[in-house]
Design a protein around this ligand. Structure first.
Ligand SMILES: Cc1cc2nc3c(=O)[nH]c(=O)nc-3n(C[C@H](O)[C@H](O)[C@H](O)COP(=O)(O)O)c2cc1C
Length: 272
């Protein structure tokens, strides 16, 4: 997975080419397998697949991604109950799908804001929400002008410096570069986040790592759930993927750490 984490980028421009049968099957199986998985808070999600049936951008218009996403042959999305913890789990589960597709060299992009939720209304039950969808297809290597403009506006290629994100013992002491867990935290650093806000914060205390969310004030208030909870789930998934690749023993658990100023405690990893 580490390789996929390093290769992934948001793809908003696709070749005008339907998915071949084999890849379509692979994706449907992947969605079904991910429905069996649980996020760190124990929630399941349901996923759906949607082919544009060669209508490409005509369908993109209906889904409301037109202008942001070009030539996508298909989309997938998911549904989960609308609680803060379930949205974190959705982030975790959906990123699993995104990274598996990256391994197959298929392009994707998390869409939490720039699509019309009503286009998929029939998928959603009571107290449920579609936190995100993604197009899926063969990436066009050359970025369109629109895509370049989007990346520039959200500073997609700029990550915050490590010392603003990861700390030792408290939020006053940034983590040294040669820290033994840096390798795993770097995978969190590479994670996608809504508008590239990077709201994950981590405190390392001996063999424990506490994950916090620093919410961006007034961010994404028009969506009916906490958008940045998705980012936290994604960060947790990336961190865990690094541990799994190195065959580390660990557990994910709530240690009830206090919130610190504007940082909201989420969950901890305990490493062996
Ligand atoms: C939860 C979430 C929601 C996102 N929503 C959108 C969106 O609505 N529209 C869009 O164009 N990009 C969206 N993105 C993509 C981010 O802008 C992108 O991940 C970020 O700028 C970093 O760029 P990268 O993915 O190429 O590393 C979203 C990403 C995440 C994680």
């Amino acid at each position: 997975m580490n390789e996929a984490i390093k290769l992934r980028r948001s793809v908003r421009t696709y070749l005008k080419k339907p998915l071949n049968k084999k890849e379509e099957e692979m994706l449907k199986n992947l969605l079904a397998e991910t429905e069996i998985m649980k996020g760190p808070f124990g929630n399941h999600a349901r996923f759906f697949y949607y082919s544009t049936n060669k209508a490409f951008d005509d369908e993109a218009k209906r889904i409301g991604t037109y202008g942001f996403v070009k030539n996508a042959p298909a989309f997938f999305g998911g549904v989960i109950k609308n609680t803060f913890e379930a949205i974190i789990d959705f982030g975790y589960l959906f990123e699993h799908i995104i990274l598996e597709l990256t391994k197959h060299e298929l392009g994707t992009v998390w869409l939490g804001g720039t699509f019309s939720r009503s286009a998929f209304e029939s998928e959603v039950g009571e107290n449920e929400v579609i936190p995100a969808i993604s197009p899926v297809g063969y990436p066009e290597e050359k970025l369109s002008l629109m895509e370049k403009a989007i990346r520039l506006t959200i500073k997609a290629d700029r990550r915050k410096p490590i010392e603003e994100l990861f700390f030792v013992n408290d939020f006053l002491h940034p983590i040294p570069e040669n820290h033994r867990y840096m390798k795993y935290l770097e995978l969190v650093h590479l994670a996608p986040s809504a508008s590239n806000k990077q709201p994950w914060r981590v405190i390392v205390q001996d063999n424990k790592l506490h994950f916090y969310l620093e919410r961006t004030p007034n961010y994404a208030q028009l969506v009916p759930f906490v958008m940045q909870a998705l980012d936290i789930g994604i960060g947790i998934y990336h961190f865990e993927a690094g541990l799994i690749e190195d065959k580390k023993n660990y557990m994910i658990t709530n240690l009830f750490m206090p919130n610190i100023e504007n940082k909201e405690y989420i969950i901890s990893f305990i490493l062996e």
